[in-house]
Design a binder for this molecule. Structure first.
Ligand code: HEC
Ligand code: HEC
Ligand code: HEC
Ligand code: HEC
Ligand code: HEC
Ligand code: HEC
Ligand code: HEC
Ligand code: HEC
Ligand code: HEC
Ligand code: HEC
Length: 298
């Protein structure tokens, strides 16, 4: 029988044990913090604790269904025993001071399954590490509501709403969140234009929803943005082109056919130099889709 492997094995076990003891001595393991309950926090954080009774999150404190009854503070701040003893701010989690991904985890542990969060990982905010706490304040009820504060970062979008043809954003007629879910959307960017119509535009422009017997193809394929600038435009009807005619010919010309894109050129009787014909939507009134006419004439 060859004993050598056994000896080697024994030796390495001993070495390992020695190593473990050594590291344990070098770095005494911090005792793990434990949950204390909200009463403990209240002892030193009287004001915040009292205000918390009116917080939407108070239901976490008062109701057992969320699993944090009487220890709601620690559902976001983590177990607080060490901090309660040291009273040092470095011994307790503050989601607003943590790296975004980590801070968000605390919030998402409860909010992940909410319908509005389904698209979170595809959203520009999550991808660019805009934390929940950058928009939402938990304790500061005086802070601006998140829906009123999008423009603080999106300055360029705000400027688009200054253009001559636009939704009446400044007058309070529309909000960013009427068209956008700030938490992202569930359809990845590959399909983004299709999602651009839903649900935002149709909520107010229900007549454009269809289904139409004769649909104008780009409505489904590309969405409203194929022809409109939703934030604001220099062109009437918020079109992406100066004139309706140019909008149409972008897709309905020999050029676009040659390019293998989109719709065919208008039939020959359309004399494109005639001003009568140039006003395409005088005849093609049902430009978004028709229930009765294939050529979108009525
Ligand atoms: C013994 C008193 C004491 C107790 C008990 C206590 N804290 Fe604190 N806490 C403090 C002090 C002091 C500070 C620092 C205050 C400051 O910086 O203004 C602080 C700061 C904090 C901060 C801010 C940390 C930061 O970096 O911004 C949080 C969050 C916090 N406490 C949560 C809690 C929670 C949750 C509990 C209950 C588990 C709790 N505290 C219990 C004394 C206490
Ligand atoms: C839903 C998550 C959540 C709950 C529940 C919560 N906090 Fe906070 N707390 C935060 C966040 C986020 C901040 C950072 C500032 C803010 O958003 O208002 C914070 C900040 C603090 C601070 C630092 C002071 C400040 O205003 O910045 C203290 C102290 C604190 N919380 C104590 C408590 C106590 C005590 C409770 C329970 C009564 C509690 N928190 C419950 C999320 C929470
Ligand atoms: C322990 C579970 C839990 C955690 C952790 C939690 N929440 Fe909540 N949150 C709730 C519950 C429960 C409600 C209220 C019930 C509801 O409307 O769904 C709520 C409500 C909200 C609301 C709506 C408030 C309103 O005015 O209606 C916001 C915004 C919110 N939470 C943000 C956050 C953020 C940001 C964090 C992380 C800092 C967080 N939550 C952490 C459970 C939690
Ligand atoms: C703290 C800064 C900040 C605030 C506040 C903010 N955003 Fe953003 N937003 C960003 C960043 C960063 C991106 C990613 C880069 C980009 O696309 O410009 C982004 C991307 C977006 C996008 C692009 C689509 C996507 O999800 O990829 C939309 C739409 C958007 N934000 C809407 C909003 C709305 C609506 C609000 C207000 C509720 C808002 N934002 C508030 C920083 C912010
Ligand atoms: C860019 C800003 C922004 C960010 C980042 C953000 N929110 Fe919101 N959140 C909003 C706005 C604005 C509303 C109100 C939407 C409305 O009025 O339709 C809202 C609403 C909510 C609500 C109320 C219910 C609902 O779903 O509409 C909850 C809960 C919530 N947010 C949680 C979170 C959590 C958790 C995170 C981080 C993962 C987060 N939010 C990140 C801006 C933001
Ligand atoms: C009338 C509906 C509507 C309103 C209101 C609206 N948006 Fe948009 N927004 C859109 C559409 C549609 C897109 C294009 C989405 C796509 O291509 O998938 C878009 C795109 C964006 C983008 C991506 C970059 C870009 O310009 O293509 C950002 C950022 C953005 N919006 C922010 C905002 C902010 C901030 C507000 C409020 C100041 C706002 N939006 C208001 C409909 C709207
Ligand atoms: C909150 C309701 C609301 C939503 C959501 C909405 N709109 Fe509008 N839209 C209006 C109103 C109201 C008008 C009439 C003009 C005005 O008074 O602002 C209008 C006008 C328009 C016009 C015609 C402008 C003109 O000069 O006649 C276009 C084009 C338009 N919207 C496109 C869109 C698109 C595309 C979307 C989605 C990206 C959208 N709208 C989402 C309310 C809305
Ligand atoms: C193929 C291009 C095209 C697409 C795609 C398109 N539109 Fe239009 N839209 C137009 C044109 C052109 C006009 C101007 C019609 C005219 O000359 O009166 C218009 C006008 C409008 C108007 C103002 C007049 C009216 O009919 O109420 C609204 C609102 C509108 N569009 C909303 C939408 C919405 C919402 C979508 C997406 C669901 C959409 N459009 C998609 C081309 C388009
Ligand atoms: C973004 C590209 C695009 C724009 C802009 C556009 N169309 Fe179209 N259009 C199409 C496509 C694609 C079809 C479907 C062609 C097919 O099925 O062969 C179509 C179909 C049509 C049809 C029905 C004819 C048919 O072959 O089914 C008419 C009429 C029409 N468009 C008129 C217009 C007018 C008028 C405008 C300007 C207001 C316009 N289109 C703007 C792409 C566009
Ligand atoms: C004076 C009315 C009128 C004007 C203006 C007009 N059209 Fe037409 N267009 C028609 C009629 C009528 C038909 C249907 C012909 C048929 O059914 O055979 C048609 C057919 C079409 C078709 C093919 C539809 C099909 O069913 O195959 C396209 C594409 C088209 N028009 C595009 C345009 C464009 C682009 C403009 C603007 C430059 C325009 N039209 C201006 C009356 C008009």
């Amino acid at each position: 029988m060859n004993l050598l492997p056994w000896r080697t094995a024994l030796l390495s076990v001993l070495c390992l044990a020695a190593l473990t003891v050594a590291t344990a001595k070098d770095k005494p393991k911090k005792t793990k913090a434990e949950y204390m309950g909200s009463v403990t926090c209240q002892g030193c954080h009287e004001e915040i604790s009292r205000a918390f009774e009116k917080n939407p999150h108070f239901i976490v404190e008062s109701h057992s269904k969320h699993g944090w009854k009487e220890r709601a503070c620690e559902s976001c701040h983590g177990p607080g025993s060490i901090h309660a003893e040291s009273a040092s701010p470095t011994d307790i989690d503050n989601p607003a001071k943590m790296p975004p991904r980590k801070g968000d985890q605390a919030c998402l542990s409860c909010h992940r399954n909410q319908v509005t969060q389904v698209g979170n990982i595809f959203g520009g905010h999550a991808r660019s590490e805009v934390a929940c706490t950058q928009c939402h304040s938990i304790h500061d009820s005086a802070r601006k509501k998140p829906a009123e504060d999008c423009g603080s970062c999106h300055v360029a979008t705000l400027a688009e709403f200054q253009k001559p043809y636009r939704h009446r954003f400044q007058e309070g007629g529309i909000r960013c969140v009427d068209c956008h879910n700030p938490h992202g959307r569930e359809i990845p960017t590959a399909l983004r234009v299709v999602s651009a119509n839903e649900p935002g535009c149709f909520r107010c422009h229900g007549d454009k929803r269809g289904p139409f017997t004769f649909e104008h193809a780009p409505m489904r394929m590309e969405g409203c943005r194929a022809c409109h600038e939703p934030h604001g435009s220099a062109n009437p009807r918020m079109l992406t082109r100066q004139e309706v005619r140019l909008q149409c010919l972008e897709c309905h010309s020999n050029l676009s056919v040659a390019a293998g894109t989109l719709g065919g050129p208008p039939p020959a009787f359309h004399d494109l130099r005639s001003s009568r014909i140039q006003n395409c939507t005088i005849c093609h009134v049902k430009i978004h889709g028709s229930h009765v006419n294939r050529s979108l004439l009525r």
